[in-house]
Design a protein around this ligand. Structure first.
Ligand SMILES: Nc1ncnc2c1ncn2[C@@H]1O[C@H](COP(=O)(O)OP(=O)(O)O)[C@@H](O)[C@H]1O
Ligand SMILES: [Mg+2]
Length: 330
């Protein structure tokens, strides 16, 4: 039996006013995450991944217009009152940011940062929060947690600070973790350690995860399902195994294996052209200017998301491209 979604985003649109005109940043995004499931949201920089997460956590400023439905465990997130919203943001979901240093108040101790959400929403008293923080810090490989709790952010390395961020996220035992490029800002040498720790903790707690990254290969390796985003819209969704095995949208195919390898020298299968934001795309398919398969129809008519075999793809030519690939392979 398929459980009903924990997070359910439908027809999400996000726009900002810029010099008197409305700029669309996220368009018609639909995304679900079921309990204990991990879903990857993948796309190049500027595609609208962080905006989507911020909308789901209601962290966007008033100047940003949000439309569509955001449901969490059957409740309407956009309709939550102040108290319920504070509870939702600090206990039911948690966010691990890309750059921990930019999101930790430098004037407060690690202890204050880590225990804040749990203590302020009345989940547990401070001494219990400290005790749990120490245990969690040991779990994520931080030696001498008592000493670390008394320190300030500048006294910790980036890798250590991101582990602290993970501890802060896990402490209130949220049911869903938004991980927004959680290792991108770290030194390459500690990236895989931090990623492994985050995944292990999320799995042990049976929490769900929405993992945001530009790295499709990594996302496919650590998630159950994937949603690929381009110019503010989702262009392909399916199971991670299926997408990794057989990408359908030309953009997904181009993203796959496009990361530089640290163990072998090989050419980047770079995608020509630059990514565009939703508001910059003209008529037709937003990917058409960079797509080797684009035809006049692609340049004129926006492809709708539709079911193609085991996934949902927004591309006019998926079937033809697949048939073509089969002919070439045989
Ligand atoms: N506060 C803002 N005002 C206007 N445009 C913004 C703002 N924040 C981000 N953008 C634009 O919105 C688009 C999506 O941004 P973002 O969600 O941060 O992308 P991603 O996380 O996928 O890299 C980008 O084109 C970015 O330039
Ligand atoms: Mg981002």
């Amino acid at each position: 039996m398929i459980s009903s979604p924990l997070l359910d985003i439908t027809d999400l649109r996000v726009s900002v006013r810029h010099r008197g005109e409305e700029r669309l940043l996220v368009r018609d995004v639909g995304l679900t995450v079921r309990p204990a499931e991990s879903v990857g949201l993948v796309g190049e920089s500027g595609s609208g991944k962080s905006m989507t997460i911020k909308a789901a956590m209601r962290l966007l400023p008033h100047a940003v217009t949000v439309a569509g439905h955001i449901g969490f465990d059957g409740r309407d997130v956009r309709g939550l009152n102040r108290r319920d919203l504070a509870r939702y943001r600090s206990r039911e979901v948690a966010l691990v940011h890309q750059d921990p240093r930019a999101h930790i108040n430098p004037t407060r101790t690690i202890a204050q940062f880590v225990t804040e959400a749990a203590v302020h929403t009345g989940l547990m008293p401070e001494d219990e929060a400290i005790e749990r923080a120490c245990a969690l810090m040991r779990d994520v490989g931080i030696a001498d947690p008592e000493r670390r709790l008394a320190q300030f952010p500048h006294q910790l390395s980036g890798g250590l600070l991101q582990r602290v961020m993970i501890v802060a996220a896990l402490l209130p035992e949220p049911r869903l973790i938004f991980a927004d490029e959680p290792t991108t800002a770290l030194d390459v040498t500690v990236q895989s350690d931090v990623m492994a720790i985050l995944l292990e903790q999320i799995r042990d707690r049976h929490a769900a995860m929405l993992f945001v990254t530009h790295d499709l290969d990594l996302a496919a390796a650590v998630t159950d399902r994937l949603a690929v985003m381009y110019a503010g819209a989702i262009v392909e969704t399916g199971t991670s195994a299926a997408i990794y095995e057989r990408p359908q949208h030309p953009y997904t195919a181009a993203l796959l294996h496009s990361r530089p390898s640290t163990t072998e020298v090989r050419r980047l299968a770079a995608i020509p052209g630059r990514p565009v934001a939703a508001y910059e795309s003209g008529e037709g398919c937003a990917f058409a200017p960079r797509c080797p398969f684009a035809t006049d129809r692609c340049r004129q008519e926006v492809p709708l998301r539709r079911e193609v075999g085991d996934r949902i793809v927004a591309c006019h030519r998926v079937e033809e491209i697949a048939a073509d690939a089969q002919v070439r392979a045989s």
